[in-house]
Write a protein that binds this ligand. Structure first.
Ligand SMILES: *Cc1c(COP(=O)(O)O)cnc(C)c1O
Length: 380
């Protein structure tokens, strides 16, 4: 009996995304083994942190790195570091930032902010978040002597009408303003691990460990300038400051670094090819069973990442949300992707992603979608 059977919790097939609500991603057996081994010995946690953080910096080609609890934890630690640097007395005063010389964090305003609620976490630190109209010129005018940092949230799906990192970062660097990029889900390509910092000049960049890196779901990574990473470290576990509430244990640290090693070495063309093959097989079976669906093979993920994706237009009268409800209610539930109204896509569109899909799950996804499309009465 599996642990989920014992607990009476139904497992599902993930054909949608690395959603946290579904469990993020699945770890490689080598990562699980590293966690199991890590759990069998005591070590000095600070020695372990030094070793894995140094290795993470090397693997991501950054000056320095700090492993924390999710990209969310990284956002908080990055905000602390941009306000306080390595001043431990200042860090001890968080979230009481009134007397800090720089306590404002700027973000671009826009409807996209409601789609990526993570920017709100910056406020946990006591930083004052200011929303700036989404133009490079407005951002240039908004920065002042109280600006601790500008946080940017790239992602093709969210940001129509928002200036890109490529447009914004060079201007901010000329003004000497620290820039943090929350690139939690902007992988692959692997090169994004150093693109925002080394190529665009961002001071810090944050990634989720439990999404495309396939580490433990509770991990995340901050990379970038040595002194700012040192600020993250000082505010993080095991120091008794804000990041003490975001504890990464020895098992997560060892699991994350193993997952990162695997992602950096194996996350390139071969990973793309394997997903594309699964999606082609899925598309063929679906089209054979349900000729009236229109299938488009896309070469980019929804956020503009390097991963293949299927868009499937269901017969008229069907809806993406209805399809998801139906496939989730099958004896072997399947999660298919659909777009909320805010994305202005046809209501009968679904997306299928193979990042989390095992070879032996492909047919079940095609069959589930076909069964929904064949239903006589469309949902209202
Ligand atoms: C998923 C996501 C996060 C949160 O990542 P966790 O690793 O789950 O904490 C933060 N920011 C963005 C843009 C994300 O997509």
């Amino acid at each position: 009996m599996s642990i989920y059977e014992k607990l009476g919790v139904q497992t599902l097939i993930n054909a949608s995304e690395t959603y946290t609500n579904l469990g993020g991603s699945l770890m490689d057996p080598r990562t699980l083994e590293a966690m199991r081994e890590a759990g069998q010995h005591f070590v000095s946690l600070t020695d372990l942190q030094s070793a894995v953080n140094a290795r993470a910096a090397e693997l991501t080609r950054n000056e320095a790195a700090f492993i924390t609890t999710g990209a969310s934890g990284g956002v908080v630690l990055a905000a602390v570091s941009c306000m306080c640097g390595t001043d431990e007395a200042m860090q001890d005063r968080i979230p009481h930032t009134e007397a800090f010389p720089r306590s404002e964090v700027l973000v671009y305003d826009g409807p996209y902010l409601s789609l990526i609620p993570y920017w709100r976490l910056i406020g946990l630190t006591g930083a004052v978040i200011r929303r700036v109209p989404p133009t490079v010129e407005a951002m240039r005018q908004a920065v002042n002597g109280r600006t601790a940092a500008v946080f940017l949230f790239p992602g093709k799906l969210y940001e129509p009408g928002i200036p890109s990192c490529e447009e914004t970062i060079p201007m901010l660097k000329r003004l000497g303003i620290p820039v943090v990029v929350d690139a939690a889900a902007q992988l692959p390509p692997v090169s994004n691990l150093w693109y925002y910092t080394r190529e665009l000049g961002a001071d810090l960049c944050v990634f989720s460990g439990g999404k495309h890196i396939r580490g433990p779901q509770s991990t995340g990574l901050v990379v970038g300038r040595r002194e700012l990473i040192e600020g993250c470290r000082l505010s993080g576990c095991p120091n008794p400051r804000i990041g003490r509430a975001y504890k990464t244990g020895k098992e997560e640290l060892c699991g994350f670094i193993t997952a990162l090693e695997i992602f950096v070495t194996e996350g390139g063309e071969e990973l793309y090819r394997r997903q594309a093959e699964r999606l082609k097989r899925l598309a063929d079976r679906l089209k054979r069973q349900t000729p009236e669906v229109e299938i488009t093979f896309l070469r980019q993920g929804r956020l503009g990442t390097e991963q293949p994706l299927l868009h499937v237009l269901l017969p008229k009268g069907k809806t993406g949300a209805g399809c998801n409800r139906f496939t989730r209610s099958l004896p072997q539930p399947v999660d298919v992707g659909f777009y909320g109204d805010e994305f202005h896509q046809p209501p009968n569109l679904i997306f299928l992603n193979a990042y989390n899909l095992r070879e032996d799950e492909v047919d079940a996804v095609a069959d589930a979608v076909s069964a929904y499309a064949a239903q006589a009465c469309p949902d209202a």
